[in-house]
Design a protein around this ligand. Structure first.
Ligand code: NAD
Length: 339
């Protein structure tokens, strides 16, 4: 039986990834500072640990005595030589949220400090414990702001990352950590795979409370409204949104491929935020007016460039935005309206 460790397994993408790995027959350990909020974990073994502490990272990455049963994780050091290694480690844990969390500036110090600590611990321990391969989730937020000023023509080709100029500290930390994983690959022979996610959405993700992203926030607002809906900025900013199932498929394909990355995992169906509202309203069968209000909006335009993933993996996401939005709206509408 193959083994996988999912860090950030209490989060949106991590909890979906655990489910998929279980369906594939893996023994899965999930780790997070919290359990998934909206459904139960599918992991064989779920551990609540703070990954900013290197002792916790060491403990959860260890597989000694593994016999297909859930293991109690010991909080002390073992001799490294006895360690069994996880076949696949997925590093998704990060201090993050939507525009209301990462673009206001108020959370910059925590975002950089917390996520960098997690990655510093994980990459070192992955080498120590000889894990077979590590997937790291970077973000499209690391692309330079100057290539994303024109909403109709953003450039997010992987090679456009340098000279670097992300528009948020969240993006800078992602860029630093990409380089960190690549340096450990170079100097210590660690097998790493890196993807830059572009706006992943779907059911069982954060949909209220300040950390939610645009698709979930808009589904919630549409579900709550009968006449008017508020949108941050002029709504002309463009984005693409990838349904979570396709994100997971991309992650697994990349992790098991020979291609190190970094590579975009995103949809190339670009829409304005106003169009996102229109599609969601249509799904809900509502006629709503948009009221534009001040709020953090991020770059003017962003779209996934899928040439490289298509070339390297012979695959790229293809599900229409509207299909994924239907599933997401249905889930959020039930929570909002209790039906
Ligand atoms: P999420 O916030 O739902 O999941 C991240 C998880 O990390 C959370 O459950 C959180 O509790 C956990 N975590 C944070 N600090 C921790 C700590 N100190 N110790 C242990 N766990 C900790 O986010 P997500 O949408 O599932 O994103 C997963 C990864 O993908 C993140 O690294 C994120 O930066 C990246 N990403 C996501 C998107 C997206 O659109 N969702 C886009 C680009 C990149």
């Amino acid at each position: 039986m193959k083994t996988a460790l999912v860090l950030g397994a209490g989060g949106f993408i991590g909890s979906h990834l655990v489910k998929k790995l279980k369906e594939e027959g893996f023994w899965v350990r999930g780790v997070d500072i919290k359990k998934p909020e909206y459904w139960d974990t599918f992991a064989d073994d779920f551990q609540i640990y703070d990954l900013r502490d290197p002792r916790n990272v060491e403990a959860v990455m260890r597989l000694e005595g593994y016999e297909g049963q859930p293991l109690p994780v010991a909080y002390h050091r073992y001799p490294f030589s006895d360690a069994l290694a996880f076949d696949e480690v997925y590093q998704l844990a990060a201090d993050m949220g939507g525009a209301g969390y990462i673009f206001t500036g108020n959370n910059d110090a925590n975002v950089m400090h917390n996520s960098a600590l997690i990655n510093l611990n994980v990459v070192k321990e992955a080498v120590q414990q000889k894990v077979k391969r590590v997937f790291y989730s970077s973000s499209a937020c690391m692309y330079p702001e100057h290539n994303q000023l024109d909403p109709n023509n953003p450039n997010c080709e992987e090679s456009s990352a340098y000279p670097a100029n992300p528009d948020s500290e969240y993006g800078w930390e992602k860029l630093f950590s990409e380089r960190l994983y690549l340096a450990f690959a170079r100097n210590y022979g660690l097998t790493v795979r890196i993807a830059r996610f572009h706006n992943i959405f779907g059911p069982y993700g954060t949909w209220k409370g300040g950390k939610e992203k645009a698709p979930a926030a808009i589904c919630r607002k549409v579900a709550e409204s009968t006449e008017e809906i508020e949108v941050w900025g002029d709504g002309q900013q463009t984005r693409s949104f990838l349904f979570v199932d396709e994100c997971i498929e991309g992650v697994l394909r990349l992790t098991r491929s020979d291609f190190e990355g970094p590579v975009n995992i995103g949809s190339d169906e670009m829409v304005t935020i106003n169009q996102l509202v229109e599609i969601t309203s249509k799904i809900a069968g509502k006629k709503l007016t948009i009221k534009h209000v001040d709020g953090p909006t991020g770059v003017r335009g962003r779209n996934s460039d899928n040439k490289l993933i298509q070339e390297k993996l012979g695959w790229s996401p293809s599900k229409p935005l509207e299909d994924g939005l239907k599933q997401t709206y249905e889930w959020i509408n039930k929570l909002v309206n209790n039906n």
